[in-house]
Design a protein around this ligand. Sequence first.
Ligand SMILES: *Cc1c(COP(=O)(O)O)cnc(C)c1O
Length: 414
Amino acid sequence: MAFSDKLLSLKKEVLQESAPLFKKVEEIAETNTLKVLDAMRECKVSDSHFNTTSGYAYDDIGRGKLEELYAKIFGAERALVRTQFVSGTHALATVLFGILRPGDELVSLTGKPYDTMQTVIGYDNPSPGSLKEFGIQYKELPMEEGKVVVDKINHIVSRDTKLALIQRSRGYSMRNPLSIENIRKITAEVHRINPDCICFVDNCYGEFVDVLEPTQVGADIMAGSLIKNPGGGIAPTGGYIAGRDKLVELASYRLTAPGMGDELGASLANNRLLFQGLFLAPHVVSQAIKGAIFAAGMFEKLGYKTLPLGNEVRGDIIQAIELGSAEKLIAFCGGIQKYSPVDSFAKPEPWDMPGYADQVIMAAGTFVQGASIEFSADGPLRAPYNVYLQGGLTFEHAVIGIMGAAQAIEDLQS
Ligand SMILES: *Cc1c(COP(=O)(O)O)cnc(C)c1O
């Protein structure tokens, strides 16, 4: 037997208890699938949009259609969806560098930004090429008890603030992700204080978790990665930006060159992968969230602290579990890796990852390198030994992987 009787009976209990939560997640997936299908009809998507193009790729109808579709689904005036974005960080940085000018003030309303964004900002020191090196001023509002203190936004946002950065997902911290309602309140408060302040949401891991996106509740612009939620596990690489017309245009001049903007850029990857991935995304995100709910339920029963709790409303696809020891963290990742479709024979080991203070361990047997919409887990080797679990193209895989992780920990103790 792959899994002990104890774990199999816990699994049964968790699946039963989670049924009402799963139902809610499935309803959101259905609403979002309808939203995508309606937009595909309105945009008249057809297989003539699936071709690759070369060279400058002027008038690339597939690229243009994909961007029209993203804009429609996200309730935005315009979108930039490109495989030329190497990652989410690249898309986010393109927005910041496209819009901000020397002397402008940038504020973060969600405390310390995601690790890679700190380097973009020049957070601790003006790293080469960072915003700080270009004379952008940076300030932040720390989160309190894992939440944005809306009443304190007026302490930091003023008439002089050009752009407010709002990070939806927890990233790799133990705070809560922002719900769509949180984002609505935060952006309303920023715009009350300064109607010209640009609200920019880092939407990584947030797409299709709810039935609305940040650009539908007050955000002026947002960006994310195609190897996370909106790529549906099919997009081979890339990122997106969506928002107000003029702002996306400014970002496009940073991606390519002033004057060129979004009119160039070959669809080297088969565009079908991006269209089909977007079509699958609402469902795939629901599979990942159901997996996260199951993981929280299982590990709560096994006596661990989880964030969010199994029955909490979700704002992203990440599940954190406090494992309490390095040995358990390594075993957990080994269990996930064992039941991965790729590199399942490998044993993950902690390593010194560039840019991180502590060693990090990762389990990732993914088809697309580093794709975290695929089932994966990672965590820094430091107390209290949190593991961050995310993704899952199918719920079945997530269940099996989580059982594998629980079994690997049980095997340590016997
Ligand atoms: C993943 C992520 C990013 C971007 O990371 P990439 O690895 O560059 O795609 C940025 N912000 C948050 C909150 C994220 O989760």
